[in-house]
Design a protein. Structure first.
Length: 148
């Protein structure tokens, strides 16, 4: 335990210099520096704890504020898969006009007079393909000689 004695040097906040400065203790009350004399301006005033110490004490965190705003909301995306976007052919994709006599391969783009542009998802049979259009997935006949 620190004991204070008159004449001892101590760091105190000087009310005149407005700085933490070395002071000389003038009076001690209850083993606490009561009055100090500033070694810079020689003013005598009540002892004040240095600002740095006072600031440290004041900075003791009170209950940390819960940051609720950051966690709630913004959670809607990605929870449920959005419906597949309508097919869009990549740039420079070769789009073939649909005709049942043509043979289409998976991944090729076709233009259908009713459904518009779609992409071949898979070949269901040698003469049937599943094609994804804007309107949905359709099964089309292909690779078949047209009836005459
Ligand atoms: Zn001073």
């Amino acid at each position: 335990m620190t004991t204070y004695k008159a004449g001892q040097e101590i760091d105190s906040y000087c009310t005149k210099c407005k700085l933490d400065l070395t002071h000389k203790i003038v009076a001690v009350v209850s083993n606490k520096p009561a009055k100090v004399e500033c070694r810079t301006c020689y003013g005598v005033h009540n002892y004040r704890a240095p600002r740095s110490a006072a600031a440290a004490a004041a900075a003791t965190p009170s209950a940390p504020r819960a940051s609720r705003s950051a966690s709630s909301g913004g959670r809607s995306a990605g929870a449920r898969a959005a419906p597949e976007p309508p097919p869009a052919p990549p740039e420079h994709a070769r789009i073939s006009l649909y005709a049942i006599s043509e043979k289409f391969t998976v991944g090729s783009w076709i233009s259908h007079k009713t459904f518009g542009i779609g992409v071949v998802l898979r070949e269901l049979a040698t003469n049937k393909i599943e094609v994804r259009f804007d309107a949905g997935t359709k099964v089309l006949v292909h690779n078949t000689a047209p009836l005459t």
